[in-house]
Design a protein around this ligand. Structure first.
Ligand code: GLU
Length: 488
């Protein structure tokens, strides 16, 4: 039987879930689900100053919103817990003691000022600053002296000299690093807490992780981690480093290119399945031309060998297009639920939304849903349904209103609507059509003046969807306002 695939997402809770982190989480999740494996969520909170429980909550909420669930980890538990690094300190200690006793790690008593001085000297000599090795071979006497001075040591890993470190990456192929380029790095800080590079190796080993998928920015860390795997004589997982996410101008993705955290997409009217679909395409290339994938389809189709090496470009227009697709294909009720908070925030709805108001919103959603690329955009359409003092949007629109037979078109519309049994979209559609027949006019000569008279605009949602929202009174008001003010 082949080995069970076990992957993890291991965020540091130092801020909200970033779009790049969400992509790493998604790729791990897809690999696990595709292979009936397990997805873990481990919280890497050893940076105590920057970590917060608020960030942890945000990360978990964002993952759940996206539909990325975990089989083991914080909150759900599992065989290899605890899953928060600060609760695992005694586990790390065993490994640290082993490295110390084998001379593969050592205590370093250099102060921050001394280290800075060493770095300055190296820079002055034109060298790349790295730990100069002052404490590499301290005698017990020297150590005692430092301790007596009240210095608190860090623990450094003794990087072997002259070695080629090979990282065998499932996306990038074989990547080599020279160990001489890496100074003896800190694995335990002076407060006794291990650093990321150390804790991650112990945890990935202890939690039996088989694949580590993460951002390319970690590749140089991986070189250090490989050294630690070798020193601890542990077998390595398969590494896969996914390319950076760049903005359209090819610089690193930042706030300039769009929101960087998942929660911001949520509060701006994006749907989770659109984000998942979009993130999957940021670095993974499907086999065919199709670009729309649900999470289940992604699980079926995902494979690591279709993760590309070239940088992924974040294209906001494409994300909006995908989001629009999912909005159009959602139920009206769902979009109504999502739209209500935006309408409340913009002052179009009170806190209490009764059945009548909900019905009104649902007609508006039916009218504009096909035109939305985010749910928030519904707010931009509201004036169209509310303000009865119609102003033609341009000279051209005004001209159209002043065309021949416009009065007649509007009169006919009004009387037909007044006589109509109901103003359901289907019925309104029929009425509009019948006007062209009755007046023997081309469609445009009927529809355009009606559109401009009722909305001021030359394009927009379908009139047979708009009229039912307006109702007969508003149609009457708008037509008489336009007649008074603009018709000749
Ligand atoms: N805690 C690291 C981060 O948030 C995890 C990197 C990794 O996946 O190993 O960047």
């Amino acid at each position: 039987m082949s080995q069970e695939i076990r992957v993890r997402f291991a965020p540091s809770p130092t801020g909200p879930l970033h779009i790049g982190g969400a992509r790493s989480a998604l790729f791990n999740y897809l690999l696990a689900k595709k292979n009936n494996g397990k997805m873990l969520l481990r919280i890497e909170d050893t940076d105590r100053e920057r970590s917060s429980s608020e960030s942890e909550e945000n990360i978990k909420d964002s993952l759940k919103w996206l539909g990325i669930n975990w089989d083991e980890g914080v909150d759900v538990g599992g065989e290899y817990g605890p899953y928060r690094q600060m609760e695992r300190l005694d586990i790390y200690k065993k490994y640290i003691d082993k490295l110390l006793s084998e001379g593969k790690a050592y205590k370093c008593y250099c102060t921050e000022e001394e280290l800075e001085k060493q770095r300055e000297e190296q820079r002055a000599r034109g060298e790349t600053p790295r730990y100069a090795g002052c404490c590499r071979d301290l005698t017990p006497d020297q150590e005692e002296k430092f301790q007596a001075q009240g210095r608190r040591p860090v623990i450094r890993f003794r990087v072997p000299g002259g070695e080629i470190i090979r990282v065998d990456d499932a996306v990038r192929g074989k990547v080599n690093f020279e160990s001489d380029g890496i100074g003896d790095f800190v694995i335990v800080k002076s407060d006794g807490i291990p650093t990321y590079n150390f804790a991650v190796v112990v945890d990935d080993h202890e939690m039996k992780i088989t694949h580590v998928i993460r951002g390319e920015e970690h590749l140089t860390n991986t070189a250090r981690q490989v050294l630690l795997y070798e020193a601890l004589e542990l077998s390595q997982p398969t590494f896969a480093h996914v390319s950076l996410i760049l903005g359209k101008d090819r610089s690193k993705m930042s706030k300039r290119h769009g929101h960087t955290s998942v929660v911001q997409y949520r509060i701006n009217g994006f749907l989770p399945e659109a984000i998942v679909n979009f993130l999957a395409l940021l670095g993974w290339s499907p086999e065919g031309e199709e670009e729309i994938f649900t999470l289940d389809e992604l699980i079926k189709q995902f494979s690591l060998d279709r993760v590309v090496k070239s940088p992924a470009v974040f294209d906001m227009e494409k994300l909006k297009w995908i989001n629009g697709y999912y909005i159009r294909n959602s139920s009206i009720e769902r979009i109504v639920e999502l739209a209500i908070p935006f309408l409340q925030e913009a002052g179009y709805l009170d806190e209490n939304v009764d059945e009548e108001k909900r019905q009104w919103v649902s007609m508006i959603v039916a009218a504009v849903r096909n035109r939305l690329s985010t749910v928030r955009e519904i707010v931009d359409y509201m004036e169209l349904f509310i303000n009865d003092e119609i102003k033609p949007e341009s000279e051209k629109a005004l001209k159209e209103l002043q065309g021949e037979q416009v009065s007649q078109v509007l009169e006919t519309l009004l009387s037909k609507l007044q006589e109509a049994e109901d103003l359901e979209p289907e019925n309104v559609k029929k009425i509009l059509k019948s006007i062209t027949k009755e007046l023997k006019l081309g469609g445009r000569k009927v529809f355009m003046p009606i559109r401009i008279a009722l909305t001021g605009q030359m394009s927009g949602p379908e009139m047979h969807d708009v009229i039912p929202v307006l109702g007969i009174e508003k149609v009457e008001k708008r037509i008489s306002y336009v007649k008074e003010n603009f018709l000749q």
